[in-house]
Design a protein around this ligand. Sequence first.
Ligand SMILES: Nc1ncnc2c1ncn2[C@@H]1O[C@H](COP(=O)(O)OP(=O)(O)O)[C@@H](O)[C@H]1O
Ligand code: SF4
Ligand SMILES: [Mg+2]
Length: 330
Amino acid sequence: MEDSILLEVKDLKTFFHTEEGIVRAVNGVSYTLKEGETLGIVGESGCGKSVSSYSVMGLVEMPPGRIHGGEILFRGKDLLKMNDREISAVRGRHMAMIFQEPMTALNPIMTCGDQIREALRIHTRLTKTEQDARILGLLKEVGIPAPEKRMNAYPHELSGGMRQRVMIAIALSCSPSLLIADEPTTALDVTIQAQILELMKELQKKHGMAIILITHDLAVVAESVDRVAVMYAGEIVENAPVREIYRNPKHPYTQALLQSIPELGKRDKKIEAIPGRVPNLMEDIPGCPFANRCKRAMDICRSEKPELKPVGEDHLCRCLLYNDGSDNTR
Ligand SMILES: Nc1ncnc2c1ncn2[C@@H]1O[C@H](COP(=O)(O)OP(=O)(O)O)[C@@H](O)[C@H]1O
Ligand code: SF4
Ligand SMILES: [Mg+2]
């Protein structure tokens, strides 16, 4: 079971049609996720991390968004080809998502317990008494102290960390096979961040679900994921097991991201430290989108588009340095 593929995204393109032009937010993204695996999607703000996951969850606002191509295979079935009923059976029952700011995702005028109840009503056939027991069980499971009291609390009465735990409890209520966490700890302070990541790891072990952890902070994924996909300007530029990414980063963008973490475990410096900016996704860039910031850019990089190619075992990279198959590591 562990080695079977849960999710396969193939050449996904999600664009936004705005008055100013077409924003190529996700421009040919491919990756696979095995059952029970954790994938970190990393990259600076504006690289398409959220939109690529919203596309999987069916949460892209259309219009202005539109899927321009690709496949999203969940256990072999293409979500993009399903009718509404089939889709909600998969997306509602097997996938769940948590967000950066639980306050906006939670209903402010409903108690935490009732919000979990709402999810249980949709996903299970439990009686009211069974629901009560399950709500308490879920709150306990996500580490909320005095759950009997907290189930009657409104979101604003809880701390940010506790709210995120409630969001996780809601996500768990349908026993998903895939949990997508979009910057789940970005709004929290460092100690609480570590606790939430630890909780997600525990729950994953217990429930065997796969997780996509989206973050702009490469330090966050170091201890939390099996694989890393690095995104830049709507594309995946590197994809490898997490150890390989840290020991043997190939893409100049990944190398720059890693260099901007002073010491693993210390997060006082953010990846914005890379000089220059993410390009405007409305422009159709002829060559490599990273060329204007890349320390190793060559002339050819401004005219030729690099493709995602193997640069080692189970290691993909999108960079013209490796085009001839040689290992131009540094
Ligand atoms: N509703 C929208 N309309 C137009 N552009 C959008 C919309 N949502 C996202 N985008 C654009 O898509 C790009 C990718 O955004 P996003 O996936 O949120 O980035 P990330 O999560 O990596 O920070 C950005 O350029 C963003 O401005
Ligand atoms: S293709 Fe060229 S510009 Fe792009 S990352 Fe590689 S070396 Fe840098
Ligand atoms: Mg985002």
